[in-house]
Structures are given as C-alpha cells and as structure tokens.
Design a protein around this ligand. Sequence first.
Ligand SMILES: [Zn+2]
Length: 154
Amino acid sequence: MCLICDRIKMIQNGTNPYFVKELETGYVVIGDNQHFRGYTLFLYKHHGDKTELFHLVPTERARFLEEMTIVAEAVSKAFGAEKINYELLGMGDAHLHWHLFPRVSGDIENCGNNGRGPVWWYPMEKMYSNDNRPSEEQLADMKCRLLAELEKLI
Ligand SMILES: [Zn+2]
C-alpha cells in the first residue's frame, strides 16, 4: 500500500484532480494543501525496489533530476517564488517523489528563526489545515498557470 502509487493510479484512470502533466520519468501534481502557494510534487513513475536516487541507473537518474529541475523552474515562474525549496523524503511513503515548495518572505510567519527557515518549522496543523485546500476554481487556475510555464520549458 503506497499513497503515491494510489495517486498515480488515479492519474492513469483520469480521476486525479491535482494532475498537471506527465513527463518521461514522472507526473507533475499540485499539492493537496496550499499554505505555500504553488506547492507542487513530482512523482517518479515507478516504485518497486527503487526508493533511493542511487537505485536508479545513471541515465534514468539524470533524466529524473533534469525533469524535476524543469518542474521547479516552471513552479517558480508560475507562482512568483523568491526561492524554491526541494525535498525528497520518503519516510511516509518510500516511493521517490519531490516536494517543490515556492517560498516567499514571511510564509512561516514568526516560526523558525524569526520567520526564516525550512517549511517544516511551520506548524503541521496549519500546513495541513483544510482551510488551505484550493477550491475547484483555484485548482483549475493553478494547473493552467503551471502547465503554461511547463510547456514553455519542454
Ligand atoms: Zn509507490
């Protein structure tokens, strides 16, 4: 049971409302919660026993990293980031997936080091609050902006 594999199945069935675009090595999706406006994920297409970057053959790894970088640039342009934060974690679901957070000054309020620091210094209950789930209309707008920027770069 893997949440990322489930979400990919929904993309393949045409039932994932967050899906933006399929690339060669993965799928681009908007994050469920949008405290960090424009938060996007890039999900590697395969799971199995490939749960670390060093499990991928070099050509596949290079392609995956190159495509993630393109997604990051598109996210930055679409959502006006001052800085992109990149995370590849996998302690919840080991499936390779990048979290791309567009950051702007003040986005963690006064948390962290006087408002400076990583996204995970912002309280989890605020970050994952239902209050920051995009409406259908907001989601459609975000997908459209991101897709437009992606298509300029690919
Ligand atoms: Zn998986």
